[in-house]
Ligand binder design. Sequence first.
Ligand SMILES: [Ca+2]
Ligand SMILES: [Ca+2]
Ligand SMILES: [Ca+2]
Ligand SMILES: [Ca+2]
Length: 117
Amino acid sequence: MIQCTSCDRHYRQQESTCPFCSRPSTLRRGMHAVGGVVTTLVLSACYGAPIPDYKLETADTNDTSASIDADGDSFTSDVDCDDTDAAINPGAEEICDDLLDNDCDDLVDAEDTEDCQ
Ligand SMILES: [Ca+2]
Ligand SMILES: [Ca+2]
Ligand SMILES: [Ca+2]
Ligand SMILES: [Ca+2]
């Protein structure tokens, strides 16, 4: 038996409201309040955490899309020093009189003493 906080009469614990004054039982209301807090925590756990994870996944996708081979010379843009010219890539031969770094070693023409004497 529980005591109604409104009319001070006793009634069975199974009743959700006082049968004498229809006031919701304190026990049920207390449990409902706790349930509300738990629901809020679960919701924040479910909908709070995955948002940063989703942003991380998006960032990873952007990193992957940056490594594309735009000029089709089989060298992706992260290693291809000119991804708009298929003749220029780390596997190309240095051409000694075109003012370009053809083999992507940061040495242009005569500076590239390995290939241009
Ligand atoms: Ca390329
Ligand atoms: Ca290239
Ligand atoms: Ca060159
Ligand atoms: Ca070079």
